[in-house]
Design a protein. Structure first.
Length: 559
């Protein structure tokens, strides 16, 4: 058997067995044979899962990568990233003992499933998955209790947020779940409706019990300032993002971007007729501009549909990106139960080309200042997340084992604590924002929002790195955000909570964008007159969600 044959067999086996341990992720990838299941958090199941990753990691490390073609090398690197992270967190961190993200995981994944549900059969699977929630939450409570017994306690402020804000919303959500099929619209039989109603009631009761468990059992023992630490941060940079830079170097990069963005804001002042010299003044001007919103709730989706059409015409005229003929971008109102989100992308399910990607929007006019709308349309729609996920669906929907696409959905990544693919996904969408700004797509006020967003993402790198490498405590992080990002104190504290809850996610936007910007510049310089920007972006898409730093060896000539 050749090395390639051995790898192909290993890849196929791993992909199938991995999804058995992560049935929710199979759903997000467009595979529906596990739609009625939830992850098993029992001790035996977690032990089997660790054994799978340990075994596959050992086999991958014995395979000589130079004997594999380029495509297989990328798959091997993706598998190494997933298996190394799992083995590392299991052996070194005991992460599942204080993984508070699992407390809301069934709810968030059901929302995704409901967003794609079109038939009574889809809703039957939803009812079956919901019926498993009580068992899932009892297992999660056992894990958290074991963590408390061994000192592996979650962060007190994260637990407080889950108990005060998230769990009460989820409990109410399941009160309304039985009415949702009709709203989609799907007609259920009486038996199907009863099954959904019973599952929703049991899930509601289970979440109410779990809410009390967090308040009474976990919160009194939770600790402040639970962070990764400098060594762990560096390990994740190298092994999940493919970055060799030190945390200190990343902070310097971010501070340089912040300074240059401040200068661009000052340069924009003349076009706006305002004496802008600082980010604080820019934010003050934006506060005035943010008072303009769509007149009615019904105007929200037409606003973004018009902006998507405007962006598509612009990139076609400038030959910046290719939008495939006949592509369908769905726009719809956000389902009940999603809070604090203005708009988001539900990517086209990779392995189910019958279904489209969705740009999902909060259906309230007050949530959509028009000055921010163009940036959101570019990031979530075209040429951002939607175009990227459509290209991936078209390029990989027939792949027998697309291991590069594991952990690509936000809430899957959050539940696992692994944001490796996000450096490509969020980095690309942020790169698209900046590319459109430099090409002149935005109006002057819209350009101001784009620059302020870039500055905020630079600030996020400084704070996330500072917190998790213990160079900055929480109060220092809050003050930094208030001073450099001009955030009111309550907003700054919410932002710090985000960094503690999902470490390293916030850095993926700017750091990924910078990697793509450097790669584009280097390819443009190397290819000279042969450089075709739309073809360059198609080439990026052809690799899937590979950390952009790893693409250099495949897209640039060997030195």
């Amino acid at each position: 058997m050749t090395t390639l044959d051995a790898f192909v067999r290993l890849r196929a086996s791993f992909f199938e067995r991995y999804l058995q341990t992560q049935p929710e992720e199979a759903t997000t990838l467009g595979l529906h044979h596990l739609d009625d299941r939830l992850k098993d958090l029992s001790e035996s199941a977690l032990g089997d899962e660790y054994a799978l990753h340990r075994d596959v990691l050992d086999q991958l490390e014995r395979l000589p990568p130079e004997a594999l073609p380029a495509d297989a090398q990328l798959d091997r690197l993706a598998m190494l990233g997933v298996t190394r992270f799992h083995v590392h967190t299991h052996e070194e961190l005991h992460g599942h003992w204080r993984n508070i993200e699992l407390s809301t995981y069934p709810h968030t994944m059901l929302q995704y499933q409901i967003g794609q549900a079109e038939t009574a059969e889809d809703w039957a699977a939803i009812a079956s998955r919901a019926a498993r929630i009580p068992t899932f939450l009892r297992q999660q409570e056992q894990l958290l209790a074991e963590g408390l017994a061994t000192g592996e306690t979650p962060d007190v402020y994260v637990v407080q947020d889950f108990a005060d804000d998230q769990l009460p919303v989820i409990v109410r959500y399941f009160e309304h779940l039985p009415a949702l099929p009709e709203a989609h619209p799907v007609t259920l039989s009486q038996a199907e409706a009863r099954a959904l109603q019973q599952a929703a009631w049991e899930a509601r009761e289970a979440f109410a019990i779990h809410h009390r468990f967090l308040l009474e059992r976990v919160l009194p023992h939770a600790r402040a300032s639970v962070v990764l630490g400098a060594d762990e941060y560096q390990w994740r940079l190298r092994n999940t993002f493919g970055l060799t830079s030190t945390p200190e170097e990343l902070v310097r990069q971010a501070e340089d971007v912040l300074a240059r963005t401040q200068a661009s804001i000052v340069q924009l002042a003349g076009q706006l007729g305002a004496p802008l010299s600082t980010l604080a003044e820019a934010r003050a001007l934006l506060t005035q501009l943010e008072t303009e919103n769509p007149a009615r709730d019904e105007d929200v989706i037409p606003l973004y549909r018009g902006l998507i059409e405007r962006a598509e015409r612009f990139i076609h005229e400038r030959e910046m990106f290719d939008v495939p003929a006949g592509c369908r971008l769905g726009l719809k109102a956000m389902p009940p139960g999603m809070v604090d989100v203005r708009g988001t992308n539900w990517p086209a399910p990779l392995l189910d080309p019958r279904k489209v990607g969705w740009f999902v929007l909060a259906p309230m006019a007050f949530a959509h200042p028009t000055v921010w709308a163009a940036l959101l349309a570019v990031h979530e729609g075209i040429p951002g997340h939607f175009l990227q996920s459509l290209a991936w669906q078209r390029g990989f929907s027939q792949h027998p084992a697309p291991v590069r696409f594991l952990l690509v959905t936000d809430h899957v990544a959050m539940a696992r604590g692994n944001f490796g693919p996000m450096l490509n996904i969020e980095g690309y969408a942020t790169y698209a924002e900046e590319r459109m700004r430099r090409e002149g797509f935005y109006t002057a006020p819209e350009s101001l929002t784009a620059l302020v967003a870039r500055a905020l993402r630079a600030v996020r790198v400084v704070v996330d790195v500072g917190l998790h490498t213990r160079r900055m405590n929480e109060e220092e992080a809050v003050r930094y955000l208030m001073h450099h990002a001009c955030m009111p104190e309550p907003n700054a504290r919410r932002e710090v909570l985000r960094y503690k809850r999902i470490p390293m996610q916030a850095i993926t936007y700017l750091l990924g964008a910078l990697e793509f910007e450097r790669l584009a510049e280097d390819c443009r310089r190397e290819r000279g007159s042969r450089f075709d920007e739309a073809a360059f972006h198609d080439e990026l898409f052809s690799f899937g969600p590979v950390p952009p730093a790893l693409l250099r060896r495949f897209m640039l000539a060997a030195p």
